[in-house]
Design a protein around this ligand. Structure first.
Ligand code: PEP
Length: 240
């Protein structure tokens, strides 16, 4: 099971002081072997976080990368090889918070290609909006995001899919268990064997419900991952 922490635009150097709680918990966690924890902090914290986690099996990823894999005059941007060089092993691509500010499927496709070329593993986010859900076109939307996002990518072994319904991110809402099972089943069939994670308002309460959805391979956790107690609780409760 994957437990991926997306810190979004939160966190300064002092925030790393909270990591020891998660490291200590994980060191003695009985199910440790079946768990992968990945932190995706803002770019400013990737290097210092990697150093703090040196003695741990917890890994670090980034939250986005530029679509251009060479260097260039792109003020304020960071490409995949730059992320790799400071210790990132993963990168989140296609997050709805970026899609809604103009990130297109084509840009996402280029970003994924660039990340794979830099030997980063990709956490590829897909998900429907509330309007699309109401129109009952979720599967059509996901299919299109997968088709265009992974266009001309033959080897998808280093790609994890994060199914994140846009309407559930940061809202406290989660899909009905049957809907979630069916959607994950659909994505797995469509992808032929990729791991599929769920993301959207995962917290220590609703994990008691989510953990019974047997085809989910882990969670992408935003808000709750910034609080070590909540993050640890989510991991513990997934196994109780
Ligand atoms: C996310 O940022 O990917 C996310 C799922 O956020 P939250 O858990 O806060 O809904």
């Amino acid at each position: 099971m994957y437990f991926i922490a997306n810190w979004k635009m939160f966190g300064v150097l002092n925030s790393l002081n909270s990591l020891h709680k998660v490291m200590n918990f994980f060191k003695s966690f009985k199910k440790k072997k079946s768990v992968k924890i990945i932190y995706c902090p803002p770019n400013t914290l990737i290097r210092p976080m990697t150093k703090r986690l040196l003695k741990s099996t917890i890994e670090v990823g980034a939250q986005n990368c530029h679509e251009n894999d060479s260097y260039g005059a792109f003020t304020g941007s960071v490409n995949s090889s730059m992320l790799k060089s400071v210790g990132a092993k993963y990168v989140i691509i296609g997050h709805s918070e970026n899609r809604q500010f103009g990130e297109t499927n084509r840009m996402i496709n280029l970003k994924i290609k660039s990340a794979l070329k830099s030997n980063l593993k990709v956490i590829f986010c897909i998900g429907e909006t509330l309007q699309e859900k109401r129109k009952k076109i979720t599967k059509k939307v996901l299919s299109k995001q997968i088709k265009l996002g992974l266009n001309k990518i033959k080897d998808n072994r280093n790609i994890l899919i994060a199914y994140e319904p846009v309407w559930s991110i940061g809202t406290g809402l989660i899909p009905k268990p049957k809907d979630l099972f069916d959607t994950v089943y659909f994505i797995k069939k469509r992808m032929k064997s990729n791991k599929v994670l769920y993301g959207g308002s995962v917290n220590p309460k609703n994990i008691n419900q989510l953990k019974f959805i047997t085809n989910i391979d882990g969670y992408l956790i935003g808000g709750a991952s910034q609080d070590p107690k909540k993050f640890i609780d989510i991991i513990k409760k997934s196994y109780n």
